[in-house]
Design a protein around this ligand. Structure first.
Ligand code: SF4
Ligand code: SF4
Length: 134
């Protein structure tokens, strides 16, 4: 089972290509806010960037908190997502200890499902899909 890891963020230039790829390819949206990976800056280019994404909990508190089964425990950690079952209650986002689930104005949640669609769109090789240990 593979996990997305933001392993070389010291190289990040904050272009949001990863988030835009996720929004477009996985979530069928056009905003980098509506993505499973979001890039944050603490000020400007000189202070660097961090990636906010799912840390593959096992068991996953977000899946346990979801009342409809829209988010389900993924084998090996993290979650799978069935958007059709989501009732936009926000319980998953509230349960995530690292604030990795973003909601849009309608309450739709965006979470990394570790598909790796973003990796090839990063121009600085900051991200990798890594085989889980153990
Ligand atoms: S979204 Fe948050 S709670 Fe859910 S598996 Fe990822 S890190 Fe854990
Ligand atoms: S694509 Fe790479 S460089 Fe661009 S914001 Fe994402 S992690 Fe940073």
């Amino acid at each position: 089972m593979k996990h997305l890891v933001a392993s070389r963020m010291e190289r990040c230039i904050g272009c949001h290509s990863c988030s835009l790829a996720c929004a477009r390819l996985v979530h069928k949206c056009l905003s980098w806010e509506n993505a499973g990976i979001r890039i944050l800056s603490s000020g400007g280019l000189s202070t660097g960037f961090t990636a906010k994404l799912c840390l593959v909990c096992d068991p996953a508190p977000c899946a346990a908190a979801c009342p409809t089964g829209s988010l389900k425990q993924r084998k090996g950690g993290g979650v799978t997502q069935n958007k059709k079952l989501c009732i936009q209650c926000g319980k998953c986002a509230a349960a995530c200890p690292v604030d990795a689930i973003a909601q849009d104005r309608q309450g739709n949640p965006y979470v990394c499902i570790h598909c790796g669609s973003c990796v090839e769109f990063c121009p600085h090789d900051c991200l990798e899909l890594r085989e889980a240990e153990g």
